[in-house]
Design a protein around this ligand. Structure first.
Ligand SMILES: C[S@@+](CC[C@H](N)C(=O)[O-])C[C@H]1O[C@@H](n2cnc3c(N)ncnc32)[C@H](O)[C@@H]1O
Length: 228
């Protein structure tokens, strides 16, 4: 089966267009504002083409630091181009499920104030332990924001759930033609939704001062909190 990096590495321009589509910037700004303040060091897990980096940089300002990491080199190339205009934004190739911070790390630092993950938690086999690790990395008082898409419960959006499920199935690594065919009835989106739900539960277990807001008729949810 194709790996995540092989899957995303095929069409970096296509993913960048989706990542920067009109309206998406509002969700990204809200994510950055939920957890980052001037002077902070913020890490983005699974930064893709770096669409969040300008918003995170805007929040931390010239005295802060932003580090984006991802496992797909072709997307990181695009993120690196975005980062080049700032001297306090960097990107590195690393696995968000085993981030290189701490003693055995790259030196990117353990003084991390916040971690952001957008549209990435649904890709982890064990999102609970990943989010748990992220909470350990930022430590007590640190902040985490998770932005993810799932089928919606909002009445106005519900009729669009089958379309959303097809979009999700086509855009998920490892999806078969059979997965796409049964997507309108659940299938791939159910797996994704379960992982997103698990990541949100993990964050809720470890944090206080949580905030949850939704966008796009409830298809997109932003959960943020401060580690207790
Ligand atoms: C749907 S894209 C989202 C990209 C970006 N966060 C955004 O909001 O535009 C998912 C990203 O997660 C990355 N990814 C998936 N699993 C990863 C892992 N274990 N470690 C690092 N990056 C990962 C993929 O390479 C891809 O860039």
């Amino acid at each position: 089966m194709m790996s995540v990096a092989e899957f995303y590495g095929r069409w970096p321009d296509y993913y960048d267009r989706i990542a920067t589509a009109p309206g998406v910037g509002r969700w990204r700004r809200a994510t950055a504002e939920a957890v980052a303040s001037p002077g902070d060091t913020v890490v983005e897990m699974g930064c893709g083409t770096g669409a969040n980096l300008p918003y995170l940089r805007e929040q931390v300002g010239p005295d802060g630091r932003v580090v984006g990491l991802d496992i797909t080199p072709e997307l990181l190339d695009r993120a690196r181009q975005r980062a080049v205009e700032y001297d306090n934004v960097e990107v590195l190739r690393a696995d968000a499920t085993r981030p290189p911070f701490g003693d055995a790390g790259t030196g990117a630092g353990t003084d991390i104030d916040a971690i952001v993950g957008t549209f990435v938690c649904g890709m982890f086999e064990d999102p609970t332990s990943v989010v748990d690790d992220w909470c350990d990395i930022v430590g007590s008082g640190g902040r985490i924001a998770l932005l993810d898409a799932t089928a919606t419960e909002e009445p106005l959006g519900r009729p669009l759930n089958p379309l959303f499920r097809i979009f999700t199935a086509v855009g998920a690594p490892g999806t078969t033609a059979w997965d796409v065919a049964r997507a309108p009835f659940g299938g791939v989106d159910s797996a994704l939704s379960e992982r997103v739900a698990a990541s949100r539960r993990a964050l809720a277990d470890r944090t206080v001062e949580r905030r949850y807001e939704t966008f796009a008729l409830g298809f997109v949810g932003l959960l943020s909190g401060r580690v207790r």
